[in-house]
Write a protein that binds this ligand. Structure first.
Ligand code: ADP
Length: 440
């Protein structure tokens, strides 16, 4: 037993005994004990009231002196108080330091509640996102960042890929990443990438300028080589094969320069400027004629099928992209194989596919095909006369038409390259009657 408790019990027993003795003097010992215990209980209530007042209002000081076990209780409560006070101070200090670190960061940070309301923002959020920490706290972020791309990104809920946005002032460009945390709260981070965009622009212009400048010397070289070929001594095998090799290489360089120019034009000119409804039946017939010409004596079977509404887009760009797919199919399909051109569209989407029965592509290459200069087996591709830029051009054209490229292939069993267009790219109106597969 706690010594203070033992002492308090002794005091209570003594008071009761004294009360009993005094009561016996007057012939009422029970009354004496009752009065003594009553006094003790009253004292206990007074101490309890003082303790309560201290707990409710008087903390942390002054500490009441109640004596005995009461002082022990007060000491323990006070100790707990001090510990939680210190803990609170430590947490507040940590929070202040974290806030100071977040404020010192060059990147913008914005904390959003579950309902996408701004709870806190650091100072760079003003420059990069146009959000003011105090003024905008409590507002919904989509009411302040008005770019529809940001609203769509926030609503989609898939934050694996970052989003590139224009900053509040020109020419600021920012990359935005949303990080969900806690109970559906979000942290929005934004970084200034203006200099990266500027470098990217410089690279694009450099490639375009160099390609453009290379065109004239190549044309001159090509012209002279043709003249040399005509003049070369028919008996001089070495000279003839050297000239043939030079012509072949110059031709390769010309194709490369043309593809580089096409790519940079696609990257630098605004999309949708020349969109029109394309008569897909006529368009595919045109492509099939190109396929026949490319196939020449290899005599592939070329099939065409058209079903569904027409496509809306830039005919020149789409012709270049689709021709690339047709060219690849003919290149990589042995003589006598089949190449099918198909356009199928319904209310949901339109699909242009080039299906061949050629050599096919191993699965590991498929995700990399649209990268610039990516080739499946460099010897095979170089021998086929490709530049390695064809599918990069296709991807860029599709990007400008809100479309995507789907590649299905199995080594030895042929490939299917499908361009999938959203319904917004289809001309609504009476459906055309289907043109069934026909050999050309
Ligand atoms: P290239 O101009 O060299 O053909 P592309 O970007 O058009 O470059 O194609 C990239 C690679 O994809 C090429 O190396 C080629 O081997 C492969 N490829 C493209 N289309 C087909 C196809 N229909 N069948 C088999 N391989 C293909």
């Amino acid at each position: 037993m706690h010594p203070e408790l033992r002492r308090d019990l002794w005091v209570a027993l003594s008071v009761a005994t004294v009360g009993g003795l005094l009561g016996s003097v007057f012939g009422h010992p029970v009354v004496g004990v009752s009065v003594a215990l009553g006094l003790l209980i009253t004292l206990l209530f007074i101490k309890l009231a003082r303790l309560h007042r201290w707990l409710v209002r008087g903390r942390p000081a002054p500490i009441p002196e109640l004596g005995g076990l009461w002082d022990e209780v007060i000491r323990e409560v006070h100790k707990g108080d001090r510990a939680s006070e210190r803990h609170k101070e430590r947490l507040t200090g940590l929070f202040d330091r974290l806030q100071a670190a977040a404020s010192a960061m060059p990147d913008a940070m914005v904390v959003l509640t579950q309902r996408d309301v701004i709870e806190w923002a650091n100072p760079p959020a003003e420059r990069l996102l146009g959000l003011h920490a105090e003024r905008d706290a409590g507002a919904r972020i989509v009411h302040l960042i008005r770019d529809p791309a940001f609203g769509a990104y926030l609503a989609a809920g898939d934050y694996h890929e970052p989003l590139i946005l224009k900053g509040p002032v020109d020419p600021l460009a920012v990359i935005v990443q949303i990080i969900p945390f806690g109970a559906r709260e979000k942290l929005v981070m934004a970084r200034d990438i203006t200099h990266v965009k500027r470098l990217e622009e410089m690279r694009r212009h450099f490639v375009a300028d160099v390609s453009h400048e290379l065109r004239t010397p190549l044309t001159v070289l090509q012209g002279f080589l043709e003249t040399f070929a005509d003049l070369a001594d028919a008996k001089d095998d070495e000279a003839r094969s050297a000239i043939a090799l030079m012509r072949e290489q110059v031709e390769r360089m010309r194709r490369l320069v043309d593809d580089l120019l096409s790519l940079s034009r696609l990257e630098t000119t605004p999309a949708r400027a020349h969109d029109e409804a394309i008569d897909m039946a006529a368009f595919l017939q045109g492509l099939s004629s190109i396929a026949v010409a490319l196939s020449a004596e290899r005599r592939h079977a070329i099939e065409v099928e058209v079903d569904g509404p027409d496509l809306i887009g830039n005919a020149e760009e789409l012709r270049s992209a689709f021709t690339n797919l047709v060219q690849n199919a003919i290149r990589h399909t042995p003589a006598g194989g089949t190449v099918r051109l198909s356009w199928r569209a319904d209310a949901v989407e339109g699909r242009f596919a080039v299906i061949d029965t050629g050599e096919g592509i191993a699965e590991r290459h498929i995700p990399l095909l649209t990268e610039r200069f990516y080739r499946v087996g460099s010897d095979r591709a170089r021998a086929s006369g490709g530049t390695g830029l064809g599918l990069a051009i296709v991807a860029q054209v599709l990007l400008r038409h809100d479309a995507r490229l789907v590649v299905e292939s199995a080594l030895g069993f042929g490939s299917t390259f499908t361009c999938v267009f959203p319904s917004s790219r289809l001309k609504t109106g009476p459906l055309r009657s289907p043109v069934s597969p026909s050999a050309v």
